[in-house]
Design a protein around this ligand. Structure first.
Ligand SMILES: [Zn+2]
Length: 1048
């Protein structure tokens, strides 16, 4: 720095030439102050500029979560979260005025574990003093289009628990700045019901935002749930500069923006022009927002690895802008900003729908990711239901301090909810990392399930063990089990039996059931029901022989059916498994299982002609061009055209509902390669759906003179039509005799690309329903949101993408209806859906693309496995009902799809079923004898936390006015539900981190509404003396329970 003094004079004169007009400065060419004045907070009479220092750290995207944390694999992206947190903490400690927010607990907890006592103390003080504030506070910033509400709650609860335990803190603000569109449930459940004061986000449709800027409606009151109404509304704001800094003010060490240079001893002093530009930007933003407070997000992706570059520049910004005096700039956080907004007592515009779909330009609809990586989406959803079942079993036997537990799966599930996780917008190696984490977690949870079943089945013959009794419904109920000290976990019983589970049953792979069953041997089948209602349902698994019989725990024969496994399924299975695993048949029987419990069934070999033998269903080819044919012996019948092999009619005998099907098939859109006149650079990719045209390319053209390869399977329990539309697209329609719905199992892939065309495959049901351009899709499995083709509720849509612009996320359900009839389609994972013309329901099933869509991921979505394109298989459940009866079917079956019976198997070698029952419990329910939840209430969470508290969530399943009976207030007495005495039950916020009573809800004034009172139908206050819970429509209530004798 020796040269400086020589240059001072010249530099001083340079400074004076700069266009800096503030009176306080005129003529002064001061040296930088010894200390910048960075104190401050909101004031009444000035524009308050809240600087919110933040870093957006993706929990996996271009790199895996661990690579991002460690800072490895930097050839892909320079990003290392550990260095960010190290550096931020140092910078905060240097100046008590500085503030920073941190969001993703997946990263923070990795870092916290590695810190020593001294650093932890420093951080605890920073948090206590409000310098470091946890925002959102979940494990990740979850996606909102492809996540299920249970998973959103779970991942948030996990992060909140750590923050409470380590810092005694309770996040106040939602911060969803990067998800590609925003859901209603995010606003109602994941903001208001968490006890948050508000929600900030970026990414809303470009036209919507333009209008909002003009109308100063960037910030609003978001009343997203019709059922929860005002009681779950929230303040919500779209960010002014995406989630970036004002242009030119990114101070990261890698940024090209100029730092603020205020030292006249050096060349290129720019402080005056920088302050001028900054204030100009402030004033422009203020013109789009209400009140005299604006928030500037001072950050971007993975910034602050050298926090000093940011804070030093912001110190200067604050010092000099305040010296200028036109604005009042200070370090802030979203909660300080929100409090200032609240104090202003302004009125706010009302928003009642959601922010889907998101487009960032006329040909850029982010509706592709609704169906990107459908395999990962399916795996995630299946494991979500499995995690809930595993947690219940863990609770029932007592959480093991040393053995396997469900924590690993809980964390893997939390990570994959990230907005580049289950959304499918990550690089392939990152998707593989998510799947690996899930598989490792699932294996450990699998051990929890298997060990718990060893414990729960251990005991005397049904009814003989003390504390168990046979009740009217024929099931054994636990009375004392919850009081017993948790036995040391064992993976096998005293006779050496261990339970096996078969996660690949969807491709008919199950090693234990595929073996031939010998004489005097039984295959023991334990079916666990995670629903809090008794349930009867078909179960299905592969078997080696047709000569089989099923009996229940009382020795009664159970009707069963054996059918040949479809050759398509066998081909799929053959890719996965050992060559000797090739069972040719599938056995199906109807299992009845008590609530939160299990029932045992036995499978044994029989000679031909013996009673009780499974009915043999054969596969018969339909050679086409004959008369119409149908399947379904029960309430539901599907008719197929003899001229085409295509579905023609769905009739529900019970309700006298009949639906004409004009056409049902699959087709594909040709994905744009970006080589178009309008927006030539926009290809269809992981995020964006952009078909080259609205042309649908049929997989099987009924008009042409061909007939698909088609066969039927008929038996007493169910009937099937197997339809091969093409070598890579197959659908199986299955109608069971006991049910009133059809399952359509689809198998799609490998999608051929040798023609050089990317393809997006859609299943369409075209019916005679007159739905008037209106359809409904669910929001994260809860509220049903009305969609109108080519319309948006709050602005005039310029229709530029007639197909992609009408797609919406389908997490669980899509439906169309007219006055008489409703067609409902339930999915087993998140997909995309639309109804482009009256009578139609479209569901996008799979995508294989050859181009990147230029939103950062840098890879085409071209998934492969076994050296060829990925094959996906899933099930759509189709229901046709009178419109006014449909809600009941939808709500109950969506829950069944989410929570399938979990099967576990073992072999009883000598003596078969009687021998097993001599030493084992045949059935069990974790609820009090005869207890079950009302039909409109679901048990969403039953989880024993590490501290012994049991977390319980009950969810009302119905929307307001959805069903005349079931939309009513529901009542549950917790004492009557559980067999063990409840010592204490406290109602908690949705994430379970604090008593609900601790949250004081802010009441915001809404434009055009006089009253601030709310009249939504919610349950009354929980009284911990009588333990009765009331639930209004779609209400979820969370409790922390201490049982009289701890399970552990
Ligand atoms: Zn992100």
């Amino acid at each position: 720095m020796a040269l400086v003094s020589l240059l001072v004079k010249a530099l001083l004169s340079l400074v004076l030439l700069l266009p800096f007009s503030s009176a306080a400065w005129e003529g002064e060419a001061q040296l930088p102050p010894d200390e910048y004045n960075t104190k401050g907070g909101p004031v009444k009479d000035k524009l308050n500029v809240h600087l919110v220092a933040h870093t957006h750290d993706d929990v996996g995207w271009l790199k895996t979560v661990d690579q991002y944390y460690v800072g490895s694999n930097n050839s892909i992206q320079f990003a290392g979260v550990q260095w960010i947190l190290d550096s931020v903490v140092q910078s905060l400690a240097q100046n008590p005025d500085r503030k920073f927010i941190y969001v993703e607990q997946a990263f923070f907890q990795r870092w916290w574990r590695q810190q020593n006592k001294k650093t932890r103390k420093v951080v605890q003080k920073l948090v206590k003093d409000g310098q470091l504030e946890f925002i959102n506070g979940g494990w990740c910033m979850h996606d909102e289009a492809t996540t299920y509400y249970v998973d959103m709650i779970d991942q948030t609860a996990l992060g909140h628990r750590y923050i409470r335990d380590q810092f005694d803190q309770y996040p106040r603000i939602g911060w969803q700045i990067d998800p590609f569109g925003h859901s209603a449930v995010q606003a109602s459940l994941l903001t208001a019901e968490l006890g948050f004061d508000g929600l900030f986000f970026a990414r809303a449709d470009y036209d919507d935002v333009k209008k909002r800027r003009e109308e100063k409606s960037m910030e609003m009151v978001w009343r997203a749930s019709k059922s929860l109404g005002k009681s779950a509304e929230t303040f919500a704001g779209v960010m002014g500069h995406h989630y970036d800094t004002p242009v030119g003010f990114n101070f990261d060490m890698w940024s090209k923006d100029p730092p603020i240079q205020d030292d006249p001893r050096l060349y290129d002093v720019n402080v005056a022009e920088r302050i001028e530009a900054f204030i100009k930007d402030n004033l422009a933003q203020a013109a789009q927002f209400r009140t005299n407070n604006i928030m500037l997000s001072m950050g971007a992706d993975f910034v602050y690895s050298n926090a000093n570059t940011w804070f030093t520049n912001m110190d200067k910004l604050i010092h000099y802008a305040n010296k200028d005096g036109r604005v009042n700039v200070f370090y802030s956080t979203p909660s300080i900003y929100l409090d200032a907004k609240y104090e202003a007592n302004e009125t706010w515009p009302l928003k009642t729908d959601d922010f889907f779909p998101y487009a960032d330009c006329p040909h850029c609809y982010w509706t592709g990711y609704f169906a990107s990586r459908v395999g990962l989406k399916g795996y995630t959803r299946a494991l979500s239901g499995y995690l809930q079942a595993a947690r219940q079993l863990e609770f029932l036997v007592g959480r093991s301090a040393t053995g396997p537990n469900t924590d690993e799966l809980e964390e893997a599930m939390a990570i994959v909810q990230h907005h580049d996780g289950v959304s499918g917008t990550e690089k392939q190696h990152v998707a593989d990392d998510y799947a690996k984490r899930l598989a490792i977690g699932a294996a450990e949870a699998g051990a929890v399930v298997a060990n718990a079943l060893v414990t729960l089945t251990a005991g005397q013959k049904a009814g003989a063990k003390e504390g168990l009794s046979s009740s009217a419904d024929g099931f054994m109920h636990a009375r004392v089990l919850l009081n017993e000290k948790a036995a040391p976990q064992a993976d096998h019983d005293s006779e050496g039996h261990a339970f096996e589970q078969c996660p690949l049953l969807n491709i008919s792979s199950c090693p234990i059931t595929e073996k031939l069953i010998e004489e005097d041997t039984s295959l023991v089948v334990v079916a666990y029901n995670s629903l809090a209602w008794p349930r009867t349902e078909l179960v299905r698994f592969p078997v080696a022989s047709q000569l089989l019989a099923v009996t229940d725990m009382y020795g009664n024969p159970v009707p069963s059916q054996v059918a040949p496994i479809h050759h398509v399924t066998r081909t799929l299975r053959a890719r996965h498994v050992a060559a000797d695993q090739e069972a040719p048949f599938e056995l199906t029987f109807l299992a009845g299982v008590p609530p939160l419990g299990f029932a045992t069934y036995f499978l044994g070999t029989k000679q031909a002609g013996q009673p009780g033998l499974a009915a043999v269903a054969v596969e018969e080819p339909v050679n086409g061009f004959g008369t119409d044919f149908d399947i379904g012996r029960g309430a539901l019948k599907l008719t197929f055209g003899g001229d085409s092999g295509s579905l023609k009619r769905i009739a529900n005998k019970r309700t006298q509902t009949s639906l004409g099907v004009v056409h049902q098939s699959m087709f594909w859109y040709n994905a744009s390669d970006g080589n178009t006149e309008a927006n030539p650079l926009q290809a269809s990719g992981a995020y964006i759906f952009r078909p080259n045209s609205s042309t649908e390319y049929p997989l099987w053209d009924t008009a042409a003179d061909t007939f698909p390869r088609l066969s039927t399977v008929r038996g007493p329990l169910y009937e099937e039509v197997r339809q091969e539309l093409s070598p890579w697209a197959v659908q199986t329609f299955r109608v069971s005799t006991d049910g009133a719905d059809a399952d359509v199992q689809y198998t799609v892939g490998p999608i051929p690309i040798d023609d050089g065309l990317g393809k997006e495959v859609v299943m369409r049901l075209e019916t005679d329903i007159q739905n008037g351009k209106t359809f409904f899709t669910d929001s994260n499995g809860r509220d049903l949101i009305q969609r109108v083709v080519d319309k948006r509720p709050t602005w005039k849509l310029n229709v530029t993408e007639p197909v992609a612009g009408n797609y919406y996320p389908v997490n669980a359900a899509i439906l169309i209806r007219d006055a008489a009839t409703q067609l409902t389609v339930l999915t087993d994972r998140s997909l995309g859906g639309a109804s482009l013309a009256d009578g139609q329901v479209d569901v996008m099933l799979h995508r294989r693309l050859l181009h990147d869509d230029a939103r950062g991921v840098g890879e085409p979505l071209n998934e492969t496995a076994y050296g060829e394109g990925l094959v996906t298989r899933g099930v759509l459940k189709v229901g046709v009902h009178p419109t006014n009866e449909s809600a009941r079917w939808l709500r109950e079956n969506a829950l069944r799809v989410y929570s399938p019976l979990q099967l576990a198997f073992t072999t009883q070698k000598s003596g078969g079923a009687p021998a097993w029952l001599r030493s084992h419990r045949g059935s069990f329910s974790g609820l009090r004898e005869g207890a079950q939840l009302p039909p409109n209430v679901a048990l969403t969470t039953l989880q024993q936390l590490p501290d012994g508290t049991v977390l319980l969530r009950l969810a009302h399943l119905y929307e307001v006015d959805e069903d005349p009976e079931l939309s009513q207030l529901a009542r549950v007495n917790l004492r009557a539900l559980f067999p063990t005495k409840i010592e204490k039950a406290t109602e908690l916020t949705l994430s379970g981190n604090q008593p609900k009573s601790a949250v004081k809800k802010k009441v915001w004034r809404v434009e055009g509404e006089e009253s601030t009172r709310h009249a939504s139908l919610r349950g009354g206050p929980f009284k911990d003396d009588d333990l009765t819970v009331e639930l209004g429509p779609l209400e979820i209530r969370t409790f922390g329970i201490l049982f009289a004798e701890k399970v552990m």
